[in-house]
Design a protein around this ligand. Structure first.
Ligand SMILES: CC(=O)N[C@H]1[C@@H](OP(=O)(O)OP(=O)(O)OC[C@H]2O[C@@H](n3ccc(=O)[nH]c3=O)[C@H](O)[C@@H]2O)O[C@H](CO)[C@@H](O)[C@@H]1O[C@H](C)C(=O)N[C@@H](C)C(=O)N[C@H](CCC(=O)O)C(=O)O
Ligand SMILES: Nc1ncnc2c1ncn2[C@@H]1O[C@H](COP(=O)(O)OP(=O)(O)OP(=O)(O)O)[C@@H](O)[C@H]1O
Length: 548
């Protein structure tokens, strides 16, 4: 389709062409002899335990999950946090795996043995699919916040500029012929290469791909060539994986290595962005939403309200006002990154801006929920302090009243960010309602306490603790006065809560809408009565808004 459109009005219908149990590799996938793959890895002929029969089986696909093996696949048996894939060799063999890749020989399967199989999986999958990224213009986006939004803006711009394109984002994976919900931000290498191959086969000319730091550190994008890559920003996040901020930055920076990407597009409002721009060895285009004069692309005269966001765009040969439907000043950063990348990639700025200006929303990113209530209610995906620091001051500008923030912390992720999440919400909001997100196997009460402890420490907001997320949302609605702003943060589009090994459907937008509809039906507020010990008020009087 030409003419940008967001997911909310995307014309592509979902078909079950998924990776996973319904995996359907592109028909064009060629058969490659195992000996050829051995050559790709630089293994000498016959090195490592070969098939005792001396056969040289044809490999037609690759997967790292025994449950998804199709006949002829190479099964990559990887060491994991809970299992070693070698445990599942029997299942892979029974499903028709032709061969294996692992750090040890697998019984009954000719195995390519390398010390770090994850590290060679991407190049192998790319080889098997004839390097699809070399035949597409692939635009990547990395950074702590703004990846999904920027990816959607890139997609909208590519489409309005006439590209037949695909999008691999943390919300959905879409090709011209099918679309499905994403399982993770950046797919594992076999799925990524398979999707890029499907794009090529379906006549796509380009793709916008979200690249998480997990994706980089876990080699998921190895074997992929990017026409241009955007760096949005770096805040504290994912230290559970990276250990420290320096390693986190190094993971992000690795996307911009010359073997991966041809052009770097970097946000120089961000300190790590400035560092990256100074160190990369590919041509760099810079952008600044703060209007820095040294940037190649910059925004001035930014106006952002509850309906839209606009700014004056200044760049090579460009000086024009841009009007976005997306809400929040941070979307100016994201739009600048997208426009700079597409211009660097050779596209016409007016063509791409048309699509970006038509993009109506990105699911769960500052999405307004309106049921006629006399206050603003929104859902957002902010789940780290850096995002809160952009989001909450913006929302403050939309209210002369109070800012009510519903938040929690996901379990099994960096414990060090829980207290700061609560503290920042309390510093920048007036009413903080701490609730459960997805605790996974962590203790939900301990997670709530860590967030609430941070919030109480800030001592400037009213702090409530309500374990049940639905009740927390209804509490927020019941507490809102005309003119206030309510934001349910942290989950965005994510329609599931995971606790104690069980997953249940839970959509923040739908629950917020239901609470607002109940308010509209019942007059004032759907009263939520909480046991006294669940309500903690660290401060009853709130500071005047003007003091913030
Ligand atoms: C912490 C982490 O990254 N874990 C990854 C890891 O899982 P694991 O170590 O727990 O795997 P495991 O269960 O021990 O199994 C070991 C191996 O056996 C295989 N297996 C397992 C069971 C079976 O029946 N058959 C089988 O073949 C598994 O596919 C795996 O390869 O290896 C798996 C595949 O090998 C990954 O899918 C998995 O990513 C998990 C699911 C994940 O989502 N991680 C998150 C943290 C993530 O990647 N997030 C980022 C960024 C998010 C953001 O920006 O906010 C993302 O890109 O999504
Ligand atoms: N450029 C930005 N700078 C700071 N915060 C942002 C920016 N863009 C978005 N945000 C905030 O981060 C949240 C997540 O945005 P988005 O999904 O676009 O980023 P992301 O990098 O894909 O996040 P994740 O990796 O968690 O999927 C938004 O809901 C918003 O609160």
């Amino acid at each position: 389709m030409v003419g940008g459109a967001g997911w909310l009005n995307d014309p592509v219908t979902a078909t079950p062409a998924t990776h996973g149990p319904h995996r359907r590799p592109p028909p064009s996938t060629r058969a490659v002899a195992l000996s050829e793959l051995r050559g790709v890895l630089g293994l000498p002929p016959g090195a490592g335990p070969a098939d005792p029969s001396g056969a040289d089986p044809a490999v037609r696909g690759v997967t790292l999950d025994s449950r998804h093996v199709l006949p002829g696949d190479l099964y990559a048996a990887l060491p994991g946090a809970r299992h070693h894939g070698a445990q599942f060799a029997g299942q892979a063999r029974a499903s028709g795996a032709a061969a294996a890749l692992s750090d040890r020989p697998l019984p009954g399967l000719p195995t390519l043995v390398v010390p770090d199989p994850r590290a060679v999986l991407g190049p192998l999958a790319a080889h098997l699919h004839d390097h699809p990224s070399h035949h597409l213009e692939v635009y990547g986006v990395t950074g702590t916040n703004g990846k999904t939004s920027t990816t959607h803006l890139l997609d909208a711009g590519l489409r309005s500029a006439g590209h037949r394109t695909g999008m691999i984002s943390g919300i959905r994976v879409r090709t011209p012929e099918w679309s499905r919900p994403a399982q993770r931000t950046t797919p594992e290498a076999p799925e990524l290469q398979e999707t890029l191959a499907a794009l090529r086969e379906q006549g796509a000319t380009s793709a916008a791909v979200e690249v998480s730091s997990h994706g980089l550190a876990l080699h998921r994008v190895d074997g992929t060539r990017f026409r241009a890559a955007v760096f949005t920003n770096l805040g504290r996040d994912h230290l559970d994986l990276h250990g420290d901020q320096e390693s986190y930055f190094a993971a992000k920076a690795s996307l911009f290595a010359p073997h991966r990407c041809a052009l770097a597009v970097v946000n120089v409002d961000d300190a790590h962005g400035r560092r990256l721009a100074a160190q990369v060895r590919v041509p760099v285009t810079t952008f600044s939403a703060a209007g820095r004069r040294e940037a190649d692309w910059r925004a001035t005269e930014v106006r952002a309200d509850a309906d839209r966001t606009s700014f004056r765009l200044l760049g090579p040969g460009t000086d024009r006002r841009v009007r976005l439907h997306l809400l929040g000043t941070h979307q100016v950063d994201n739009a600048l990154g997208a426009v700079a990348a597409l211009h660097a990639g050779g596209l016409n700025v007016e063509d791409v801006l048309r699509g970006m200006e038509d993009l109506t929303a990105v699911s769960g990113r500052l999405q307004r929920i309106d049921e006629g209530q006399p206050f603003l209610a929104l859902v957002d995906y902010a789940h780290n302090v850096a995002a809160q620091r952009r989001l909450l001051p913006f929302l403050r500008t939309l209210t002369g009243g109070r800012l009510v923030v519903v938040l929690g912390a996901t379990g099994e992720r960096d414990p060090g960010k829980r207290g700061p999440l609560g503290r920042t919400a309390a510093q920048l909001g007036d009413v903080v309602i701490v609730t459960d997100e997805s605790p996974h196997d962590d203790d939900p009460a301990a997670l709530r306490e860590a967030v609430a402890g941070g919030a109480r420490g800030a001592a400037s907001a009213q702090v409530h603790v309500e374990a049940d997320r639905d009740r927390a949302i209804r509490l927020a609605v019941s507490l809102a006065d005309p003119g206030d702003v309510v934001v349910v943060s942290g989950r965005g589009h994510d329609g599931q809560l995971v606790a104690g090994g069980r997953t249940r459907a839970f959509d923040d937008g739908a629950r917020l809408r239901a609470a607002l509809a109940q308010l509209a039906r019942g007059g004032r507020a759907p009263t939520v009565l909480l046991p006294e010990d669940q309500v903690r008020k660290s401060m009853v009087a709130r500071p005047p808004c003007s003091s913030r």
